[in-house]
Design a protein around this ligand. Structure first.
Ligand code: PBG
Length: 337
């Protein structure tokens, strides 16, 4: 047979041979509208402390937020997610729902100056408890469980208080991150009972017990003092429970499902998009994923801009509708060029 005729006439390279054609067939487009910038808030004044393991990210005091949020707004980023480093911690994490807690102060300040910037409040206890766990510990309340077990239903009561106090301070959205069973239903009913029925919930529905959170725990000072988070966060080697986690949260009325981390869990993002195409899906591109790129770029081993954009595009390609990213300001600046 003549070899010319035996060739397949389909040539995918036809649609790649010029920049114009590549632009025409491009399907995934990043926009500044996709990004949510995490912001770390701390006590004091005039504090703008760079986080060593996360170059380009800062712990900011409340008075520094105005300048930071102005930059975020000028870049066109629509939303921030706030993490607080409280002045004092205790076993019950009570500053998390204090009238003058760090997040409550930060939220009031941001909403006063930037009413249109969406403020998402991370709703968890790990930064506020002296033991660093995401809830109320058993101690000796339940003899059938270990001392350091995070009690589920006792923790729900506190999450309800935190959510209501964050929204009372002006938060536009509540993002419970503790992987506590029934957290969405509990928070939903607490919000509704307080006439906050219009406030959406962004559930960290599928959050793995990941070592990629390492730099964040320095940044937010929220590392567990003993033990780990494996009794509530998911095991990286399990996949079927993502469906259960997502179905439960959707049934309980979550408005967003989140997958975290993102880059090592793109399969999970794709599965959830397929399972719940009707629900907004957020990827959390976590601290360790950010720091790896920053470190390699600093060594001259990777092109930071290209690798960052490729990683963010991958999250969207997998199905993410929004991306929480420490890269958000950099990426927005590149997109605006
Ligand atoms: C709090 C929380 C964590 C992160 C977001 N919210 C830490 C944890 O679960 O240990 C991690 C974010 C990151 O690594 O960027 N529960």
């Amino acid at each position: 047979m003549n070899s010319a005729h035996s060739h397949d006439s389909r040539r995918p390279r036809r649609l790649r041979h010029s920049d114009g054609i590549r632009r025409m067939v491009r399907q995934i487009r990043l926009s500044v509208d996709d990004f949510i910038q995490p912001v770390f808030v701390t006590h004091g004044s005039g504090v703008r402390r760079e986080i060593e393991s996360m170059p380009g990210q800062f712990q900011l005091s409340v008075d520094e937020l105005e300048r930071e949020c102005q930059t975020i707004v000028d870049l066109g980023i629509p939303a921030v997610i706030l993490f607080g480093i409280p002045e004092a911690k205790n076993a019950l994490g009570t500053e998390s729902f204090a009238e003058n807690g760090i997040i409550q102060q930060a939220t009031r300040k941001i909403k006063q100056h930037f009413p249109n910037l969406v403020v998402i409040a991370d709703t968890c206890l790990c930064e506020y408890t002296d033991h660093g766990h995401c809830g109320i510990l058993n101690s000796d309340q339940n003899q059938n469980l270990p001392q350091d077990y995070v009690l589920n239903d006792e923790t729900l009561a506190t999450l309800r208080n935190i959510a209501v106090s964050q929204v009372a301070a002006g938060a536009d959205m509540i993002a419970p991150s503790g992987m506590i069973d029934n957290m969405v239903a509990s928070i939903r009913s607490a919000l509704d009972e307080n006439r906050f029925e219009h406030i959406p919930i962004m559930s960290y529905a599928v959050k793995y017990a990941s070592a990629f959170y390492g730099p964040f725990r320095d940044a937010a000072d929220g590392a567990p003092q003993f033990g780990d988070r494996k009794t509530h966060q998911m095991d990286p080697a399990n996949v079927s429970q993502i469906l259960l986690e997502a179905d439960i949260d959707v049934a309980q009325g979550t408005d967003f499902l989140m997958v975290k981390p993102a880059l090592a869990y793109l399969d999970v993002i794709a599965s959830l998009k397929n399972r719940h195409p009707e629900i907004q899906l957020t990827a959390y591109n976590v601290s360790g994923e950010y720091s790896m790129i920053k470190a390699a770029a600093k060594c001259g081993w990777l092109d930071e801009q290209q690798v960052t954009m490729e990683a963010l595009i991958a999250m969207k390609r997998a199905g993410a509708d929004q991306i929480i990213a420490y890269h958000a300001k950099d990426a927005a600046a590149w997109l605006n060029q």
